[in-house]
Each structure stands twice: as structure tokens, then as C-alpha cells.
Write a protein that binds this ligand. Structure first.
Ligand SMILES: C[S@@+](CC[C@H](N)C(=O)[O-])C[C@H]1O[C@@H](n2cnc3c(N)ncnc32)[C@H](O)[C@@H]1O
Length: 293
């Protein structure tokens, strides 16, 4: 839209025109919310208000990026995950709905540990935007949980740090650490829950959508010929870092359930189970360090 028309256009009209342009009313609303700086009920009550030139310029810049195929989440610069609005950009994987379920399992197991012992220590390895670990922090009893967010990519950790800043008091127990898997964790600590959504796509897999490969960080996706390189490392080392009775929760690919069950049991985990996501696909592997030993 030419900038000189901005004053004559209302927020509602901007939304209607954007919907016509991109053919998606919900996405158009999110784009207009970011462009106008109005969200939720503020946006809904401002539909008759005039937009400014700066708002229109911001929207045009976002639409230009979207037209190149850049994912909506990166263009918006934010995406919701459970109860959080996370800052998102190309340094991190876009958090997925199935990962909300992985976080839910970690939150339940953390709550059980707090119930039992009064407090819990948790690690989210390969945290990316911080989606899983920050959700655990946000949804756990205040002051009861120490949670370590780690990544080997310093750029990803910067995004997690920015998202931590948005948690306020709820983020008080969160620690950030750079390094590969367990190397990032303090030597002295044992954990009640270790959760990870590691890269688990087989190198060169044709099942990944071209847009994902083109836009999302390769270091967050690919993990060797069968996609299990990182899961092997996690399964081999995790029991040593868990408190007796502590749980590991790993997001996996839909066809990796049997192999990951075998890996976790081989390394001594008990009560190993594979849970399905809302789409009915194997997605969450969990297992426990035996209570004794
Ligand atoms: C699939 S993404 C998951 C990101 C985020 N946890 C989520 O669920 O949206 C995997 C993350 O693991 C990180 N990663 C890859 N290799 C790693 C390693 N060796 N040690 C620690 N983190 C690693 C990547 O940088 C990336 O942020």
C-alpha cells in the first residue's frame, strides 16, 4: 500500500486488504497486529482507528519477506508456544505444536519431583529458542525449580536469553549454558528431569519440506544417516546425569520409537515408553534411571 494513503485507512481495512493479498485471514491478523503494535483485545477494539505511515511501511516490509517464501513465524519475529510468546528468528528452529506435548510431559514429571522432594533440577538440552525449558520454568511452582537451558550454538542461546528476559520473576531459576549436550552442564549436578528435542532427521531425508531445509538452521535438524546420532549420545550419557528415579524425555521422529526404546534400555533406563503426539505419531520417548544404582 502506498504510504501516502496510510492516514485514510483504518486498522480493520488494513486487515481486510492484507487478507485479500495473502488469502489467509488469521495470518493477516497476526501480521497486522505486529505492524500496528496492537495485540489481542487491543487490536479488536482499534479496528476503526487510522493506521500510521510507519505501520504500513512495517507491514509492507513483512509482506515482501513473506513473498520470498520466508516462514511466517520468522517474518513475525514471534510465535506462541504453550503459554509463552517467544521471540523467533532464523538462528533457531520454529517451535512446533508436537514439541508443546514434549514440554507438557517434562512439566508433569517436574511437578511430580517437586511434589515428592519439594524442589526439582531440570535440564533442557538443545534449547534453541528456549521453548521447552522456559515453559517448564513458567508452568512450575514459583521458586521450586532450577532449570538449565543449553545449546552448542551461541546464536541460539542468545535467542533463549532474550526469551528468558520476558519471563520476569518466573525466570529466576533459569540458567543458560553453552556446550555440547552434557558438557554444558555443571559437573556436580544431578537432575530430576532431562528433556531434549535434538536434531533427529536423517541427512538428506526427502521427508523434510523444502521450506524447512531452506530457512531453518541445518544444525537443528540433521543427525547422521539414520537421524539418531544425537539420540545415541543422549541415551549413552543421560543415566549418569539423572538422580536415581529421574526421568529423560526425548522428542523423536515418527519411525524412531523401536530404535530409541532399544537404545535407552541398552543403557540401563527402566519404564521406557513411547508416547504418540496429537497426530497419532510416535513422538516422545521417556525412561527413568532405576531408583537404586
Ligand atoms: C530440533 S532443535 C530444538 C530446539 C528447541 N528445543 C525446540 O524444541 O524448539 C535442536 C537444537 O539442538 C541444538 N544442538 C544441536 N547439536 C547440539 C549439541 N551437540 N549439543 C547441544 N545442542 C545441540 C541445535 O542448535 C538446536 O537448537
Amino acid at each position: 500500500m502506498p504510504d501516502d494513503q496510510a492516514g485514510a485507512v483504518s486498522v480493520g481495512e488494513l486487515w481486510r486488504r492484507t487478507t485479500n493479498d495473502i488469502g489467509d485471514r488469521a495470518a493477516a491478523r497476526w501480521l497486522c497486529e505486529v505492524a500496528t503494535g496492537l495485540s489481542g483485545s487491543e487490536f479488536a477494539t482499534a479496528l476503526d482507528e487510522p493506521v500510521t505511515e510507519a505501520m504500513v511501511a512495517h507491514l509492507d516490509a513483512m509482506l515482501a519477506r513473506r513473498s520470498t517464501g520466508e516462514p511466517l513465524q520468522y517474518v513475525l519475529g514471534q510465535w506462541s508456544f504453550r503459554h509463552l510468546d517467544l521471540a523467533i528468528d532464523r538462528r533457531v528452529l520454529i517451535p512446533r505444536p508436537e514439541t508443546e506435548e514434549v514440554a507438557g510431559v517434562a512439566i508433569e514429571l517436574t511437578a511430580a519431583a517437586v511434589e515428592q522432594r519439594g524442589s526439582a533440577v531440570v535440564a533442557d538440552l538443545g534449547t534453541g529458542s528456549g521453548a521447552i525449558g522456559l515453559s517448564v520454568a513458567y508452568e512450575s511452582p514459583l521458586g521450586a525449580v532450577e532449570i538449565w537451558l543449553t545449546d552448542r550454538d551461541p546464536d541460539a542461546l542468545d535467542v533463549a536469553r532474550a526469551n528468558l528476559a520476558g519471563l520476569g520473576q518466573r525466570g529466576a531459576g533459569v540458567r543458560l549454558a553453552l556446550g555440547s549436550w552434557f558438557d554444558a552442564l555443571p559437573d556436580h549436578e544431578v537432575f530430576d528431569v532431562i528433556v531434549a528435542n535434538p536434531p533427529y532427521v536423517a541427512d538428506g531425508s526427502a521427508e523434510v519440506e523444502p521450506d524447512v531445509v531452506a530457512w531453518e538452521p541445518a544444525g537443528a535438524l540433521f543427525a547422521g544417516p539414520d537421524g539418531l546420532d544425537h539420540v545415541r549420545t543422549l541415551a549413552a550419557g543421560v543415566l549418569d546425569r539423572l538422580r536415581p528415579g529421574g526421568w529423560v524425555v526425548i522428542e523423536i521422529g515418527a519411525r524412531q520409537g523401536p530404535a530409541v526404546t532399544e537404545l535407552l534400555e541398552h543403557h540401563g533406563a527402566v519404564d521406557v515408553a513411547i508416547r504418540r503426539d496429537a497426530a497419532g505419531l510416535d513422538r516422545i520417548a521417556l525412561g527413568r534411571r532405576p531408583d537404586i544404582g
